[in-house]
Design a protein around this ligand. Structure first.
Ligand code: HEM
Length: 414
């Protein structure tokens, strides 16, 4: 059986024009969770849905080495990081990341997050206008550095936050946004390399339970210390995505504003509701559009032939909005998570499958806990006004964000 095929020479332009909905639109049009197309001059298989995700995370079928384009490595990922590794080397590196995800370290993270919001809220009371997205990213940068053991001077905060943010903002970009991301990565890697060097030379002594300590002293499967550049790339794989949580916090604030009963419930109901709210923010709002992998060896699935080396994209946004998996997927309804069975393949804002064995996001628990503390703080501990502004968000700008960046004023602490 041949995979439904999108006719035409190349569809990169359509992908840019349709953004988050590119794969979903064609899954609907073909009536198929899988189709083939051409992007950037290459034959590409696109797929989505729970079964497709399950196949995508079968490491006998797909690999990650050589998947990320250079432009993404030069901005978002860096070179020779965990994202592009396979097999036992990947599992060993992944274990390094998962070693920070203990309940003690997550509790530290929650305390740090609470403290940073309290400091920020006190400051905002003195201000006429606060752009929540920008401020949330700064808060996240402080949280990330404190938790990871990375020293951050007050005078550096804006530059470091802007750089970590620019790397994230560059991942779907061409033109100036891409170039800003490249410059930001070069500066950030230089910054972190200097600090790791100081640790290795005994000039700086981070706490032993921090990511800085662990990355500085980690040894690979051959018993060698990580090369300085790679250690910096991996430590940035902790700092940068924590700053990215600022986007979800902003979308969470938007959800509370657009559906005010959710804010009420965050105040009156307990932790279970907070958890459902956070899950729904991660399901509903656009962040990662799709993931890429290459076929490891020829195989057959559902009667379709996957040829070795073929680039294959998994529809993240479309799977989180799949009408076969989610009732009324385009409504914001946290309560849907009451009935969610917890499949590792139907709800994949941060990838699917297993944390330790596969490529699923190492920081998913970190994301959920930071979001819970942050959004509860916004709902319960602060009052503010949301003046008239353009809160629409684009489905073609990747990564997306409300146009006005969510302006608030008249902040008072409760
Ligand atoms: C991987 C999304 C936060 C660390 C990923 C992947 C996605 C993702 C889609 C790829 C999964 C795959 O390739 O199959 C997000 C989003 C976040 C977030 C949307 C929040 C806004 C975090 C945080 C951390 C983190 C807070 C660390 C503290 C990582 C690492 C990987 C990863 C190390 C690579 C895992 C691997 O290749 O094995 N993330 N992430 N992420 N994420 Fe996150």
């Amino acid at each position: 059986m041949s995979i439904p095929h999108e006719k035409g020479l190349d569809h990169t332009c359509n992908m840019l024009l349709e953004g988050y909905n590119y794969i979903g639109n064609r899954r609907k049009r073909f009536g198929s969770d899988i189709f083939q197309t051409r992007l950037l001059g290459e034959n590409v298989i696109c797929m989505g849905g729970e079964e497709a995700a399950q196949i995508f995370y079968d490491e006998t079928k797909f690999k990650r080495k050589g998947v990320a384009p250079e432009r993404v490595k030069k901005t978002l990922f860096g070179k020779k990081g965990v994202q592009g590794m396979d097999g036992s080397a990947h599992k060993h590196r992944k274990q390094l990341f998962m070693s920070f995800m203990t309940s003690d370290r997550i509790n530290d993270l929650k305390d740090i997050t609470e403290r940073q919001w309290a400091i920020a809220a006190a400051d905002w009371e003195q201000r006429r206008k606060v752009v929540l997205f920008q401020e949330a990213e700064k808060i996240m940068c402080r949280i990330a550095c404190t938790w990871a053991g990375v020293p951050l001077w007050a005078k550096e905060l804006n530059q470091r936050t802007n750089d970590l943010s620019a790397m994230i903002d560059a991942f779907g970009a061409i033109g100036p946004r891409h170039w800003r991301g490249r410059a930001a990565r070069n500066r950030s890697e230089q910054w972190i390399r200097t600090i790791i060097n100081q640790v290795r030379n005994g000039e700086y002594h981070p706490n032993e339970n921090t990511a800085l300590y662990a990355m500085a002293w980690h040894r690979d499967l051959q018993g060698n210390r990580l090369n300085l550049k790679v250690a910096a790339v991996e430590l940035l794989n902790i700092l940068r995505p924590i700053v990215a949580i600022g986007r979800y916090v902003t979308f969470g604030a938007l959800a509370m504003h657009n559906v005010p009963e959710t804010q009420q419930k965050l105040v009156t109901e307990g932790d279970d509701y907070n958890q459902m709210f956070v899950q729904e923010v991660r399901r509903y709002y656009p962040f990662g559009p799709f993931l890429g992998a290459r076929v490891h060896n020829d195989f057959m699935w559902s009667g379709y032939h996957f040829k070795k080396g073929t680039l294959t994209l998994l529809d993240i946004y479309g799977t989180n909005h799949d009408p076969d998996l989610w009732d009324m997927p385009d409504e914001f309804r946290p309560e849907r998570f009451k009935d969610w069975q917890g499949s590792p393949f139907d709800f994949i804002p941060q990838g699917g499958g297993d944390y330790a064995m596969g490529h699923r996001c190492a920081g998913e628990w970190v994301t959920i806990e930071i979001m819970k503390v942050s959004l509860e703080f916004l709902a319960k501990r602060m009052d503010y006004y949301v003046p008239k502004q353009d809160l629409r968000f684009s489905m073609t700008r990747i990564p997306s964000m409300p146009k006005s960046r969510f302006i608030i004023n008249g902040v008072t602490s409760k």
